[in-house]
Structure formats: C-alpha cells, structure tokens
Design a protein around this ligand. Structure first.
Ligand code: CP
Length: 304
C-alpha cells in the first residue's frame, strides 16, 4: 500500500491489517506506551473544505506518532491563485513526507500521486471518505467482534460515504444495504465495480426493508460538504430517510448506530436516538485518530 485514495484499492487483508494496527495503537495510547513511529516526519494537510474531526485527528495523530503536521488551506496556497496541482505536488514532495488532502474531485488525488513522490491520503472527496470508513469498521468490530454475517444498512445519499462504506463493508465480508431515493443512489459506474459482491449488496428506496434485521444502522447528513445550494431540494427528497423509532423497531434489538458527524438532528436521525446511541457514535469519532494513525504508520513509516 503506497497511498490511501479509496477503499476499492485495498484488499480485505490490507483493511484488516490497518484495523489491527489501529487497535494496537489505541491500546498503547490508553496505557501510556510510547509509539513514536514517525519521528522527524512531516504531513502536509490540504483543505479545500471545512473540517473538525479530520483536521484535529490527523494533526494530533501525527504529534502522538512523534511527527509534525502542517495545515495548508487552499486559500493560503498558490493553488488558490491557479498554480496547477501537478506543480504543487512536485514542490511539496521535496518538503513533506506525506500529504492528506480534502477536496472535491478524486482526480486531484490521482494528479498528486502522478506528479508527486510521497504518499497521498484521501481526507474526503466527492467520491470517497476512506479514513472515516476505516474508523467505522474499527468501531463496528469493537462492538460486534467480527464482520462476517453482519447486515450493515446505510440510510442516506449514495455519495462519498455510501461508496466507501459499500467497498469497506463488502470487502470485510458483511452485507451492505443502501436506502436512498432513486435519484440519489450509488452511481452505475460504482455499482459496476461492486459486482463481485452482488450477493451481499442491495439498494432500495424502502427504508424499513433496508433496516429489517440490521446489525448496524449508519446515516449521514442529507446535504454533504459542497451541496449547500441544494439543501431545500434535498430536504424534500430525503424526507422519511431518517433513523427514527419505526426504523429502530425493525432492526435487531442490539443494533448499533453510527454517524460520521456532524449530525443534523431531526433530519437524518431523531434527537432521542442520537442521544441514546451517543456512546457508539462518539467512540466512532474517537476512532478516527486511531485508524488514521495506523494509516500514517503504514504509509509514512515504511511499514508496508
Ligand atoms: N466526519 C468527518 O469527516 O468530519 P469532519 O468534516 O469534521 O472532518
């Protein structure tokens, strides 16, 4: 593994390997065991969109690993004035040991890989959010022990989170069901790539059918970063695509709830269910740091 661009690029073994290292790093942190694998290494973090969890967890994670992180807002870089990403990649590769980027277009990451010479990590694009889903898988395994035979249901947009969850959940052996309005389901090109897992993957407009006997229910905001101009349209389209009491009633009794945050209470999830399941939701948020530290060690620490 040289980069983390999307979970579709990783094998089941590579995903499990990252999760195992994440568990180990979490244990070491909780027990005060030093794990400074990245002494002298510097990660550049390019942000074209806002962030709380990704920004703080990567910066603190690098610090805990003995390295440094430099935040590079696109507005402060010459990229914001039109310097091509190809040149930015070649320059930053001379200064940094890795780049984490949050941007719109997945192609920006591919350009960084092509023109740069250091590991590139996807901190969210319109296509994928692999760091979030590694944290989700880590949390699911903590609560459910294993992935095989689990039914994982995502209620929401067939966008970056749905794409990454589909690859992540299916590769580790779970069933993955998306409940979404027809026009917001996962794009055909991605569905085509998911064909090897067709026996464990479904999309439906029917929330209750999707949630029936689910072990894990996951949701996300109806309008993601960059879709702010569509908020009203999406509120109409996604009405009813909510984790509420009727959805909880058809899921398994011990169902766990995940939300990548930030949450819009009373839109994609009721306030009561969010608060009743806050422990597992904020465990998931915490696990961002452990999962990403594992990715950083694998990519920047020569632990391939
Ligand atoms: N879930 C997530 O990526 O959070 P941020 O947008 O705060 O980084």
């Amino acid at each position: 593994m040289k980069h983390l661009l999307r979970l579709g690029d990783l094998s089941e073994e590579e995903i499990i390997d990252i999760l195992n290292l994440a568990d180990q790093l979490k244990y070491e942190k909780k027990h005060g065991i030093p794990h400074r694998h990245l002494e002298g290494k510097t990660l550049g973090m390019i942000f074209q969109k806002s962030s709380t969890r990704t920004r703080v967890s990567f910066e603190v994670g690098m610090c805990e690993l003995g390295g440094n992180a430099v935040v590079l807002s696109v507005g402060d870089l010459q990229m914001g004035r039109g310097e091509p990403i190809q040149d930015t990649a070649r320059v930053l590769s001379r200064y940094l040991d890795g780049i984490m980027i949050r941007t719109y277009d997945q192609k920006d990451l591919e350009d960084l890989v092509q023109y740069g010479s250091i590991p590139i990590i996807n901190g969210l694009t319109d296509y994928a959010h692999p760091c979030q889903v590694l944290a989700d898988l880590m949390t699911i395994r903590e609560y459910k022990d294993s992935f095989k035979g689990l039914k994982i249901c995502f209620i929401g947009d067939g966008f970056n989170m749905a794409n990454s969850l589909a690859f992540g959940c299916l590769k580790v052996g779970s069933e993955f069901v998306l409940a979404s309005p027809k026009e917001y389901q996962i794009k055909d090109s991605v569905v085509e790539e998911l064909k090897p897992y067709a026996d464990r993957f479904r999309m439906t407009e029917n929330v209750l059918e999707a949630a029936k006997d689910a072990d894990v229910l996951i949701t996300d905001v109806w309008a993601s970063l960059g879709q702010e101009s569509e908020v009203q349209k999406r509120r109409q389209a996604f009405r009813g695509y909510q984790i509420d009491d009727s959805v909880l009633a058809v899921a398994k009794k011990d169902v766990m709830i995940q939300h990548c945050l930030p949450a819009h209470r009373e839109e994609e999830i009721t306030t009561k269910i969010f608060e009743d399941h806050a422990k597992e939701i904020f465990d998931e948020a915490e696990n961002r740091i452990h999962a990403q530290k594992a990715v950083l060690v694998k990519l920047l620490g020569n632990k391939n």
